[in-house]
Design a protein around this ligand. Structure first.
Ligand code: FAD
Length: 502
């Protein structure tokens, strides 16, 4: 059994290096608490936040607008959103976005006139690249004396005593550490890397979902995964800025047909419908010959540069796993069923229901990141000491001894399996096959002695996350939002409810 080294205590430990984690850490530090950020990869330079398009959409601070906005979110979520989370999002978004504007971290805001007064409703960097927001924010964090950053450290397990959080088990270079914490915030992002075709980075292996499950927390809506229909896969990999489709770009199949012609909005049709139509084509190509080049240069110059670089070659496109609507079940104050354990950002579930609106994932990190920071700081302030300040070696008895093997092959089989059998179009037979395969891989990983412990734990997390996704997909015998079952193609009112995995 591996030894665990104690490395001290903190008021608030935040897991993750994306926007949700950074907002939570910054806010907790404002309450004079000692904060430690634990991130597998560099803070502000990892996860989905840094590669995002930086687009934030939010309701203007206007009563009538907020009401109609709420309805839009719930309609997109096909009526199974957590209403408390929606209310909190709509109520707080505008004010929390004002706070971000004051930080001067590269966001440009747009306003519109409502009842004779200007109201903000949109923010993005120019050009629309997440790094212009995440890097300045991480630089602010680095100036804070009461925030310590542990980069390259991976949270492995939330340590709990009598339903109360008391710290985190952490891995670094095949060693295990215990950090005691009065409060813990999970902000580990999503799990798109579970799919072979994805827009997500390779650190998004669903660790937060798996850690939450191991901690006994319920997870909600795990079947709802948004597949993004705007990504090139060959000869270069790049996100496509959807607005180019209103400026002359189009998708063609291998026969040269514009297969979205039958829909009024064509390539700008609802993302689920477009992804499904793409799934049924043999090959899909992005055609930008007739696209307004000045618009491209202005709005997506890097895509334009690639277009010039590979001129003459056909640009292949595929839908990709992009965003997980489901996740850890939280309350509106980001608290969970474990005292002192909070959760925010993409790893939390419930706000978006069965599908999310564009630009809401980043606003979600702003709203709930701030709330998690504030609530965790208050909670830590109410505790004089943590329940335990060391852990027994048995805590990590599920972690294997070090050997010489690599789980890369298992990871890749799993990712292909998820794409082929639990992807855009699902059915009972494929899902059962996917489940059998994942169980087979679970047996294989149990007996593997890894050269790198991190690879093994990530693989284990991917398996746990995949199992939750598949089980939820099998249970939901209807199509709703981003979940499409070819054997149950209609939405069924009896299924207007959530699936919760324990
Ligand atoms: C290409 C792309 C473009 C997008 N564009 C937009 C957009 O314009 N607007 C919008 O609203 N949404 C967009 N999204 C979605 C949005 O970016 C994400 O939902 C959001 O950034 C998630 O933020 P987060 O902080 O929760 O997680 P992330 O930014 O994904 O960060 C997770 C962090 O946790 C770390 N981590 C993971 N596991 C562990 C562990 N076990 N221990 C320690 N650290 C860990 C990771 O290394 C990473 O630092 C986009 C997504 C993608 C992939």
């Amino acid at each position: 059994m591996l030894q665990i080294m104690n490395i001290g205590i903190t008021d608030v430990a935040v897991i993750g290096g994306g926007l949700a984690a950074m907002y939570a850490a910054l806010e907790a530090s404002n309450y004079d608490k000692s904060v430690v950020i634990i991130s597998k990869k560099p803070v502000g330079r990892s996860g989905a936040s840094v590669i995002s398009k930086s687009v934030h959409r939010f309701p203007p601070d206007h009563l009538k607008e907020k009401l109609s906005y709420k309805n839009k979110i719930i309609e997109a979520g096909r009526y199974i959103n957590n209403r408390d989370l929606v209310d909190t999002f709509v109520e707080h978004a505008s004010q929390k976005m004002d706070n971000i504007e004051k930080l001067k971290v590269g966001l440009n805001f747009k306003e519109k006139l409502i009842d004779g007064k200007n109201h903000k409703y949109f923010a993005a960097c120019k050009p629309k690249m997440g790094k212009h927001l995440t890097i300045p924010l991480s630089n602010i964090i680095k100036t804070k004396d009461n925030i310590n950053i542990m980069e390259g450290y991976m949270a492995v397990q939330i340590v709990i005593e009598r339903d109360t959080v008391c710290g985190i088990l952490i891995e670094n270079k095949n060693r295990l550490y215990f950090l005691g914490a009065k409060a813990v915030v999970i902000a580990t992002g999503g799990g798109g890397y579970n799919y072979i075709q994805t827009s997500n980075t390779n650190d998004l292996t669903g660790d937060g979902y798996a850690m939450a499950l191991r901690a006994g927390l319920p997870l909600i809506d795990m079947e709802f995964i948004q597949f993004y229909p705007y990504r090139t896969v060959y000869p270069f990999q790049h996100d496509i800025f959807p607005d180019i489709f209103s400026h002359g770009a189009k998708y063609l199949n291998e026969k040269g047909e514009r297969f979205m012609d039958k829909y009024p909005k064509k390539e700008l049709e609802n993302r689920d419908i477009l992804s499904r139509e793409m799934f049924f084509q043999k090959e899909i190509y992005l055609n930008i010959e007739d696209c307004d080049k000045d618009f491209m240069k202005e709005e997506c110059d890097d895509l334009y540069d690639n277009y010039l670089k590979y001129k003459g070659e056909q640009i292949k496109v595929s839908p990709v796993a992009h965003f997980m609507m489901g996740g850890v079940k939280i309350n509106a104050d980001t608290s969970t069923d474990v005292r002192g354990l909070f959760c925010c950002g993409e790893v939390a579930g419930g706000l978006h229901g069965a599908n999310r609106l564009a630009g809401h994932a980043l606003t979600e990190t702003v709203v709930f990141g701030h709330i998690a920071g504030e609530e965790s700081a208050h909670y830590a302030g109410s505790k004089t000491k943590i329940s335990v300040n060391f852990v027994k070696e048995e805590t990590a008895n599920w972690v294997p001894n070090i050997g010489e093997e690599s789980p890369t092959n298992i990871k890749n089989i799993l990712r292909r399996n998820m794409w082929e059998s639990a992807g855009i179009v699902r059915n009972e037979d494929d899902l059962q096959r996917a489940k059998d395969k994942v169980e087979e891989l679970e047996q294989q990983i149990k007996n593997l002695k890894p050269l790198k412990l991190r690879d093994w734990i990530e693989c284990q997390n991917m398996i746990q996350t995949s199992k939750m996704i598949i089980d939820s997909c099998i249970l939901r015998k209807e199509s709703r939002g981003a979940h499409y079952r070819s054997d149950f193609p209609e939405e069924d009112i009896n299924w207007q409810r959530n699936i919760i995995i324990n």
